[in-house]
Design a protein around this ligand. Structure first.
Ligand SMILES: [Cu+2]
Length: 303
């Protein structure tokens, strides 16, 4: 098993329990039926019994092979049901986080309005995720916790988990949702409670740039653009401001200086200029004039 699938929440154990129970019964049945089948192949071979005989099954045998499989099937149902109910019933004291999936990023909003593009949660605390989508159907999947649920536009769905190990775990979108579906990734970061609450209550630095920072999270820009120099689907925002870019305009290469105008124009009319070396897939994301200003201000601070 890879680290990605290592256990780390209560739901992990519950799902594995049902899964391995059913697998174990299936293996026992497969092996025993196959052995009996092969045995009968020889025992009742036509050469040994050229004349067919009328066989009357003993009643006790009929009862045994009806009752035992019934009990086995019901026990599988029982385990599955109990654990299903567990993972579908969030405890009353769960903290909630609102999740929006969009082409092609995740954003997480906490009770106090704080937002992030990775999910941060405290250790040993039940967390209820309320899911929706801003565009098409996505599906939030956390393999390490064995939980998955669709994010449907205009509808709210939910998941819950209780992480019991500090660490960082993968989040995937498991609904094929468009060109950059495979880049629709994020992380769950499970932190010791004290550390989490410190992060949760930390004030963001004020001003227009701070608003811009919030916007690029909310609008899903960070799904395609990093702020630390990493190449994602699109170019990084790090050091973008005042750099000289080579862009293709109508297939012709030209050099431009990245200033207010360039950034505004780019966001409002993506793919008129296309940064060299990147696919022309930046979506049109509606922003107001005010939001645009804030984003431009913020990008000045990403060095
Ligand atoms: Cu998706």
């Amino acid at each position: 098993m890879t680290a990605m699938f290592a256990g780390s929440a209560i739901s992990t154990g519950k799902v594995d329990e049902s899964f391995f129970y059913i697998v174990a019964i299936s293996v026992v049945l497969l092996v025993s039926v196959t052995i009996v089948m092969v045995f009968f192949l020889f025992r009742y071979n036509r050469k040994k019994h050229p004349e067919p005989e009328a066989v009357r099954e003993p009643l006790w045998l009929e009862i045994v092979w009806t009752v035992i499989p019934t009990i086995l099937a019901l026990s599988m149902f029982y385990f599955g049901w109990v654990n299903f109910e567990f993972i579908r019933t969030p405890p009353k004291n769960a903290m909630t986080v609102n999740v929006i999936g969009r082409e092609w990023s995740w954003s997480f909003t906490y009770d106090n309005g704080k937002q992030s593009d990775v999910l941060r949660v405290p250790l040993n605390k039940p967390v209820k995720l309320i899911l929706t989508s801003a565009d098409v159907i996505h599906s939030l999947y956390i393999p390490a916790f064995r939980i998955k649920e669709d994010c449907v536009p205009g509808m709210k769905t939910y998941l819950w988990f209780n992480a019991d190990e500090v660490g960082t775990y993968d989040i995937f979108c498991t609904e094929y949702c468009g060109v950059s579906h495979s880049h629709m990734l994020s992380k769950v970061i499970v932190m010791p409670a004290a550390e989490y609450y410190k992060w949760y209550s930390a004030e963001e630095v004020g001003g227009l740039a701070a608003e811009g920072k919030k916007l690029v999270q909310e609008k899903g820009c960070l799904g395609c653009h990093s702020t630390d120099g990493e190449r994602k689907v699109g170019p990084t925002f790090k050091g973008l401001r005042d750099s000289i870019e080579t862009v293709l305009t109508d297939g012709k290469e030209r050099k431009v200086k990245v200033d207010d105008e360039y950034i505004k124009h780019y966001i409002e009319h993506p793919n008129v200029d296309v940064v060299k070396g990147y696919p022309p897939i930046m979506p049109v994301i509606p922003v107001t004039e005010g939001e645009l200003k804030a984003i431009v201000e913020y990008l000045k601070t990403v060095k």
